[in-house]
Design a protein around this ligand. Sequence first.
Ligand code: DP6
Length: 333
Amino acid sequence: MNNTVSKLLLGKKREPQALSAESFAPANIALCKYWGKRDSALNLPLTSSLSISLGEKGANTRISVLDSAESDVVILNQERLAEESSFVKKLSAYLDLFRDVSDRFFQVETTSNIPVAAGLASSACGFAALIKALDKLYAWELDQKALSILARLGSGSACRSLWNGFVEWDRGQCMDGLDSHGYPLEVQWPELRIGLLIFEPLPKKISSRMAMEHTVQTSPFYKIWPIVVEEDLLKLKRAIKAHDFETFGSVAEANALKMHALMMTAKTPIVYGSPKTLEAQHRIWDCRHQGLAVYFTQDAGPNLKLLFLAKDLDTVKQGFPELEVIAPFGESA
Ligand code: DP6
């Protein structure tokens, strides 16, 4: 058990209190990106970040205690993953944080209701749903902040998937990471829409974990990233509070482009975009020239997430008929 876990679980039950437990967590999309760590074992970031959760879109995870198994069993969308796959190894290492050597193995069954190819399906919301399910299984009754810290140990961005709506991940200062967690912004924006524009079903060539480390180590521009993020975060939070969509969209889009620019200047460069990404970006910029307020963000993959308002749904859909549209605050607008 590592230090963070033992501090948070001090005095809590060490044996499962049920045979299985289940929980849901929403996927989240960063509007101001987390890209770079100050501690890779604890997933402590170099900067704060800000995301929007996707409401009912996310992962449902059931964890069950296995009676006589030699290893953990991981099932993703009804398909059992190979024991030697990197995802299963990552998940087992995470579960090791919570079990003593003598403890039994688990079956972790995750169903996601967002397209796997969106690059959102298994990681952040999966770890957030898993820690919530573990909390139920062991009857720890931890608060959201503690769950966010523990989810972060699985995958950094998972710490933002504990809440709906806008979530800021405060980078924190402490070495043990107990002050590095998400918290929700008390702002609703029912008219906001997110569109998943998926044109590449291919898995990532290089994981975000490896890519961010490589960028921090080799991009000559990385040193200005923390300054950029601080400015973008402030602007974004102001725009969210004022429901100023143009500023919101343009700052989020520029932040994503700056993250990808950093990667392009790494040695050797990392390029997640494909020709289709560039083509879609040009289509979005053309729409904007014609007066349509639509923006994009892009994570560690070629697909794009579009940002727009409910009133423009039909027009955006005309330009992008393949779009899967999500209302992060519900369909009320
Ligand atoms: C581009 O949270 O997947 O989506 O902490 O190494 O698991 P690890 O990385 P991860 O990185 C997410 C990167 C991003 C930006 C973001 O979500 O803020």
